[in-house]
Design a protein around this ligand. Structure first.
Ligand SMILES: N[C@@H](CCC(=O)N[C@@H](CS)C(=O)NCC(=O)O)C(=O)O
Length: 336
């Protein structure tokens, strides 16, 4: 695990020394937007018009943030016009890697990982350097790459799913809207609490290097899960009867909870399985058409347990847990 410093790759674990053991996530740096007409979006500059086969998505199947973009690619019928490449789950001294001959010393190829079809790069950081030769910062997935101007449009999943939600509608004819105007205020407020306490909360617990930082993240995480458990006893989805972006953002963390976060990140007050509403809700979303295909537990478990040597030095990847997300969920009953 490492980062780029003025265009040089440096192998280094997260620095929590100056923050009382607390893990602080760095903001994404590429924040342009693909728009219908190529005009500027909420940030970045213009010039990224929605076109078929112009953009390429790089993801890890392990990563909850990248997973959001894969879900939106499926929900919005973008598979035929936005190709995707999957990196190797083992993220070691060279960061995220593509499949190929130049893997890091202890990395293994895991089925489903692919080579870089655009440039034949060995490592994802080489793609970042093509976009910004003096880049400083972490090298993260997902990455939305523009093949026309050879740059990164965005490496922020929250923005990429918003682009996918609407910018390509004219090309696909899919007008499903997961960020409807009438619900935006509610979605935004759910997102911000869920991001802080759950999406990023599990990482704040898992990457904490002080007892206090860990316990604080742990308590916030479970109090927000308790709150959601109650909310989901009333409604099928977070905002009521309509599935929105807020549900999909929550889903990618919940689906990993028992397999990874409970053990590896020590978020073990209880399993997701022990929450009747939340666990049925996850099965409901998992069974939505096209979603199960985006979930890959081999990549998920291999990534976390094998890559984080600071947390799991033996790199043993657990065989369990046994789980079946295709069991009935009965959540239709909550529709009013
Ligand atoms: N804000 C980014 C965060 C992405 C992110 O942190 N991805 C992780 C994988 S789950 C990553 O690539 N980490 C590499 C690193 O931090 O060096 C987003 O939502 O797209």
């Amino acid at each position: 695990m490492g980062l780029l410093q003025q265009g040089r790759w440096v192998d280094q674990w997260y620095d929590t020394d100056n923050t009382g053991g607390e893990f602080l996530r760095e903001d994404a740096r590429f924040r342009h937007w693909v728009t219908t007409d190529g005009g500027a979006g909420p940030s970045g500059h213009s010039g990224f018009k929605a076109e078929a086969n112009r953009y390429h998505l790089f993801v890890s199947l392990a990563c909850p943030w990248a997973h959001r973009t894969l879900i939106f690619r499926a929900l919005k019928d973008l598979q035929a016009i936005i190709p995707v490449t999957v990196v190797e789950p083992h993220m070691l001294e060279n960061g995220w890697e593509f499949a190929g001959a130049h893997q890091s010393q202890s990395a293994h190829h895991i089925a489903g990982a692919e080579a870089d079809p655009l440039f034949g790069s060995d490592y994802l950081y080489q793609l970042y350097l093509r976009a910004a030769p003096d880049y400083s910062g972490r090298v993260t997935v997902p990455v939305l790459w523009d093949t026309k101007t050879n740059t990164i449009v965005s490496n922020e999943s929250a923005d990429i799913i918003r682009m996918f939600n609407s910018a390509f509608n004219g090309l696909t004819g899919n007008t499903l809207d997961f960020y409807p105007k009438a619900l935006r205020t509610e979605i935004d407020s759910l997102n911000s609490r869920i991001y802080r306490d759950i999406n990023n909360g599990v990482y704040r617990a898992g990457f904490a290097t002080s007892q206090q930082a860990y316990e604080q993240a742990f308590d916030q995480l479970f109090s927000t899960l308790d709150w959601l458990e109650q909310r989901l006893a009333q409604h099928r989805y977070l905002t009521g009867n309509q599935l929105t972006e807020a549900d999909w953002r929550l889903f990618t963390t919940l689906i990993r909870f028992d397999a990874v976060y409970f053990g590896h990140f020590k978020t073990n007050r209880q399993r997701l399985q022990d929450y009747p509403q939340l666990s049925a809700y996850v099965r409901d979303l998992y069974q939505y058409p096209g979603i199960a295909e985006t979930v890959n537990f081999e990549h998920i478990k291999q990534h976390y347990y094998y890559s984080h040597g600071e947390i799991n030095p033996t790199r043993i990847v657990p065989k369990g847990p046994l789980q079946d997300f295709s069991l009935p969920h009965q959540r239709h009953r909550l529709e009013s």
